[in-house]
Design a protein around this ligand. Sequence first.
Ligand code: V47
Ligand code: SF4
Length: 374
Amino acid sequence: MELLSSFRNTVKDSTLLRISEKVNEGERITEEEGLVLFEKGDLGFVGALANHISTRLHGGKVYFNRNFHIEPTNVCMFTCNFCSYSRQYKHRDEGWELSIEQMMDIVRKYDGQPVTEVHIVGGVHPKMNLEFFCELLTRIHEHRPDLHLKGFTAVELDYMFRKAKLTTEEGLIKLRDAGLQSLPGGGAEIFHPEVREVICADKVDGAGWLDIHGTAHKLGMHSNATMLYGHIERFEHRVDHMSRLRNLQDETGGFNCFIPLKFRNKNNDMSHVKESSIIEDLRMYAIARIFMDNFRNLKAYWPMLGRQTAQLSLAYGVNDLDGTIDDTTKIYSMAGSEEQSPSLTTEELCDMIEAVGKIPVERDTLYNEIQVFA
Ligand code: V47
Ligand code: SF4
């Protein structure tokens, strides 16, 4: 009620007022209303609504997990224009290709440390096939059965399964049997073909990405969803993207969280495209929180966004900062993020969260609470 009374006097636009009423009542907003938020919703307005929703859902709790990344290779068969990270197969001598033993060395580095998740993601290498990754998963699982294995974007999976001549379901069952428990959200970019055909024409399309995640959900696996924003897309492409995810979530309920990823423009074929401002970033998070009513969690991936903007986003609907990570991910440092070797201790993460008046909570991959830092 309080939320509404302040807007009744200040907000003149009838659609914005209607949206604030819907948020107050816990009702879903339409695609048209989502577009109006992008076009007319100022930062204070969308931020207040988003913080209201996040507080209603999580009571001020902000989650993080203790994880590390393995990036098996940056050699890639695809040619996404925004990618600063990959090397084409013909230039593979400029990239890296880790053997299973080298990846096990990374896993062993964390022996005795309280990490709960390993995130495995990389380029699409023609020689790293389904069998190779099943062996990797089996080895990690045998070495450390308590670690949650989250891995492979729908782009990697699509290529792997086509090469193995398996259906999505057959391929996912093989990976699941080897120990894979959930899928990260990468590769989604922007689903709409008007944009996808310009920024990443040669990889799995939007329908294919959604089909892989939907199939994983039906097999009892969980996954995340991302959206690469702040480049050539228009607001209606963002709304279309979020709407397709929202529809799939209605069907399966298998998404853990939504992660808007800010486009970074260094060292790639889209360097001429200006990066979004901090105001646009915060508006993006807030509108995502309002629109994605069936996603419990909204994550700001701090290695890409930078820790200060990520911290600010906690007042704009975000309730998850991903993890402690260590300096094992290179995707964003290569694309120009201010975080050149991303690593935060648990204490630093907790300080960041407490500084905005929220409660830090360590979670596992599926958002079960491990420890509340009161
Ligand atoms: O799909 C690539 C993005 C994604 C750039 O599920 C870029 O928990 C910005 O999806 N500027 C891969 N973004 C990473 C990813 C992810 C990260 C953290 C957590 C999770 C999770 C998933 O990185 C790609 C693409 O959208 N990306 N290049 C760039 N220049
Ligand atoms: Fe390859 Fe992924 Fe980079 Fe695209 S974003 S070129 S699929 S590594």
